[in-house]
Design a protein around this ligand. Structure first.
Ligand code: ATP
Length: 349
């Protein structure tokens, strides 16, 4: 049996069903992200696991114990929120030790644990400071230490990085992941940032309108989305209407080019999608198709350059790696773009 098991969870606020038959099994030590657009019910699921909201139906089991009817403070769960929820009138050490004090942990043990936690978050000498003397990133690290100090069974993270600037976000998310691995703590992370979810999760649950559309590894979610919503929400897609040439062989025609898809087709008028990295400037060896295109925009992003182009009457995005010896084509340039059916995603719904 899984360490954390969420079975057929439902939540309605009045007539509004915001979580619908949501089930998820999380293994011990796993890092699972709930990813989805604003209002899809991520936070509500997390709050039900924490015990801040009671489900309309369903069950939550942690380590063999049914906690569905248990009060939040009896669940032994650590939580970290978006806002820096530190107590402003307590020092860093007192903040980190707060949960231990509430639990009645003896002073000496508490102090040892606080020291250990401050070392873990890389702020060993910050115990005597007050929250206002810390940067946003440091405050969130202290919030993490405070959540972890009582050795919770599960760690719940509700968009803990969204108030931070881009660079701090990236370094802190890596740090959270490192600490989570080191402690082997089962973690659920809520975010609407797909890049963030993909970079740190063992598995991702993509939520849409209160249901889990797809659960899988970041690799599977990105490369094998099972619904159109998941395909479009995670990453960038170029979509094309195609005509079927041979459904059983997975062969379709796109603007006069024949593509062989990675799977047979069951539908008569499919739409296929190609990620920006599946389109190549010029002919690459082994490519099935080559079409003329015109460059519309060039976005230099550092290691990657995203080109926007018009190809066969469709606006497409194409990613290419930066090469210092080869500047990208300018807007207005006529180019050729090559691609292959084996890189395509077939969109069904
Ligand atoms: P966000 O990323 O914006 O936080 P979310 O996916 O976490 O979104 P939830 O906060 O779970 O979404 O909210 C889901 C829906 O439930 C929303 O439509 C919200 O307005 C509604 N909702 C949440 N809490 C309550 C409440 N206490 N009373 C009534 N409606 C609520």
């Amino acid at each position: 049996m899984s360490y954390l098991s969420i079975d057929h969870l439902e939540k309605s606020f009045g007539a509004n069903r915001v979580v619908k038959d949501f089930s998820l099994a999380v293994e011990k030590g796993e890092f699972v992200s709930l990813l989805g657009p604003s209002g899809c019910g991520k936070t509500t699921v997390l709050r039900m696991v924490a015990g801040f909201e009671s489900p309309t139906a369903g069950r939550i089991v942690i380590d063999g114990q049914d906690v569905t009817g248990l009060r939040a403070n009896a669940r032994n769960i650590g939580m970290m929120f978006q806002a820096y929820a530190l107590f402003p009138n307590l020092t860093v050490a007192e903040n980190v030790g707060f949960g231990l004090k509430v639990k009645g942990v003896p002073r000496a043990e508490r102090e040892a644990r606080v020291t250990e936690m401050l070392r873990l978050i890389g702020l060993p000498d910050f115990g005597a400071r007050y929250p206002f003397q810390l940067s946003g990133g440091q405050q969130q690290r202290v919030a993490l230490a405070r959540a972890l100090a009582p050795r919770p069974r599960v760690l719940l993270l509700d968009e803990p990085l969204s108030a931070l600037d881009a660079k701090v976000r990236v370094s802190l998310r890596n740090e959270i992941r490192m600490i989570q691995r080191e402690l082997g703590i089962t973690t659920i992370f809520v975010t609407h940032d797909q890049e963030e979810a993909m970079s740190i999760s063992d598995r991702i649950v993509v939520m849409n309108g209160g249901v889990a559309d797809q659960v899988g590894t970041p690799f599977d979610i990105y490369n094998r989305p099972t619904t159109r919503f998941v395909a479009q929400f995670v990453g960038t897609l170029n979509t094309f209407d195609v005509t079927v040439r041979d459904a059983a062989a997975g062969q379709v025609d796109l603007a006069g080019q024949t593509l062989t898809l990675p799977e047979a087709l069951q539908v008569s008028t499919p739409v296929i999608a190609l990620r920006p990295e599946a389109l190549h400037l010029g002919r690459v060896p082994g490519a099935e198709a080559l079409l003329p295109a015109r460059i519309d925009e060039v976005h230099f992003m550092g290691s990657v350059i995203r080109l926007r182009a018009t190809m066969a009457g469709t606006r497409v995005s194409l990613d290419t790696f930066n090469r210092p010896d080869q500047p990208p084509p300018s807007p207005g340039t006529d180019v050729e773009i090559s691609f292959s059916g084996r890189d395509a995603i077939v969109l069904r719904q």
